[in-house]
Design a binder for this molecule. Structure first.
Ligand SMILES: [Zn+2]
Length: 474
């Protein structure tokens, strides 16, 4: 099996249970694994050497919450929009209108673009929730990224009949047809590509899943030993729906259903008891910590609508496993780490909180723990060879004395030079090795034009829901 030795000025290496700063070291990989990290050693024969010089090697990011088939469409459409009566979420009007205008071929074009965007910003493992599971699994396999893919399902759908309130339409089959499809999907893809492609479960949204479907999901996840993703406490109207319907917060209700466990990757969890927009007391954070449930925190998608988690630092203090996800455009954990840190510092009015180290852990070690993967999110002997090589002589990376702060607060995707997943280079010299970049970009541009034009010129037209910044030049 071929061995590679990677040399760089600096390496973020895993030692004694944490990331450490290794200067002037090397990483040796063999097949899909790291076999050595440390000071340079005598390599012997039959070793492929790569000396990256002024660069640092870091573990690839784990994006714990992504929607590959739709996220790119948020770019230049969602910003500056929202209505006070929906507490500014775009779940009520803009996103449903865009979703209605999408066709499967558009979703597939977006998924291909998304996988390229993720790799180009340092993500080597992604947890996808969506509707084109087979295509996403195929693209992920081809592109070389590691992917956990969930085919979404649920017991109900929400909509607004009048632009003023939300109603929930429950399905006759309670969502079990979709659940069985999701299980069959896992059977089809799980373990493909040397285990790089994994299936998992997502009943989508806490306010739109019945107790029966939730119980079936939990039992299935245990039988399959797979994670479960659920959007929870992501909007004020959802929190109020749960409180009025169940007399409990979404988190309290999940606990009462016996659903919470270390398998749970709860998306967002912004509006928990004690949040200033709710004025509702409770023990949500303690409940999450007691059951070992993880949070996929996606700061940017909410911050651009004017609300924040209160706060990332306090969730960590409570003992909650905090992970980061992209959820929207841009699909870059660099941006999520920086927004996560800055927003938490601002909420806490304390510059010492939400450190770069904590944000970096939330993009590496914490999601690996949530996935039950001690072989991901780190550079250590026995871990998967999922790693990234960043230049140290770029304008955004010069000078540097701390590679973690550099990643969180300064580095740009353009500073990323090479990406390896499962021991294979999936990006070299900033070019994807398995995807045609020009092709996926052109296809995504065409798909967006189709979707936006299909939204028509009525009340759901894009220019009505999201007025352009500039008037046309006449
Ligand atoms: Zn989501």
């Amino acid at each position: 099996m071929s061995r590679r030795a990677l040399f760089a000025e600096e390496i973020i290496a895993f030692q004694h249970g944490e990331h450490r700063h290794l200067r002037g070291g090397c990483v040796i990989t063999e097949g899909d694994r790291v076999v050595y990290v440390g000071p340079p050693v005598d390599l012997g024969e039959d070793v492929e050497r790569h000396d990256f010089g002024p660069a640092f090697i870091a573990p690839g990011f784990i994006d714990s919450h992504a929607h590959l088939t739709s996220a790119p469409l948020d770019r230049t459409t969602v910003e500056d929009t929202g209505k006070p009566q929906f507490w500014f979420t775009s779940l009520a009007e803009l996103l449903p209108a865009m979703t209605r205008a999408m066709r499967p071929e558009d979703e597939r074009a977006m998924a291909d673009f998304s996988v390229a965007e993720l790799i180009r910003s340092g993500t080597t493992t992604v947890m996808e929730i969506g509707w084109q599971g087979d295509h996403v699994a195929d693209t992920a396999e081809r592109a070389g990224i590691r992917a956990y893919v969930a085919q979404g399902y649920g017991s109900a759908k929400w909509r607004t009949p009048d632009g003023r309130r939300m109603v929930i339409d429950w399905k006759e089959d309670d969502g079990f047809d979709g659940f069985h499809d999701a299980c069959a999907f896992i059977d089809r893809v799980d373990g493909r590509a040397n285990g790089r492609i994994r299936g998992y479960l997502s009943p989508m949204q806490v306010a739109m899943v019945s107790p029966a479907l939730l119980a079936a999901t939990r039992a299935e996840a245990e039988a399959r030993d797979c994670p479960v993703a659920l959007h929870t406490s992501e909007a004020v109207f959802e929190f109020r729906e749960m409180v009025s319907r169940e007399g409990m917060t979404p988190i309290e209700w999940l606990e009462a259903q016996g659903f919470l466990s270390e398998r749970c990757m709860l998306g967002h969890v912004i509006f928990t008891a004690g949040h200033s927009w709710l004025n509702y007391p409770g023990r949500d954070l303690e409940i999450l910590a007691a059951h070992g449930a993880s949070v996929a925190h996606c700061p940017w998608v909410f911050a651009r609508r004017g609300y924040v988690m209160e706060s990332f630092a306090r969730y960590l203090d409570a003992g909650v496993t905090m992970c980061l996800g992209s959820d929207t455009a841009p699909q870059s954990l660099l941006k999520q780490m920086q927004y996560g840190a800055v927003l938490a510092k601002t909420v806490e009015r304390d510059s010492r909180r939400a450190t770069a180290g904590q944000m970096f852990d939330a993009a590496t070690l914490a999601p690996a723990r949530a996935l039950g993967r001690s072989d991901l999110g780190r550079i250590a002997p026995g871990a998967k060879a999922d790693l990234t090589v960043w230049r140290l002589d770029g304008f955004s990376t010069t000078p540097s004395r701390d590679p973690v702060r550099l990643l969180v607060h300064s580095a740009e995707p353009e500073d990323l030079r090479h990406v390896m997943v499962d021991g294979t280079w999936v990006m070299r010299e900033r070019r994807l090795t398995q995807l045609q970049e020009a092709t996926v970009v052109a296809a995504a541009r065409r798909a967006a034009q189709r979707v936006w034009s299909r939204m028509g010129d009525g009340p759901a037209a894009l220019d009505i829901l999201s007025a352009p910044t500039l008037r046309p030049f006449a």
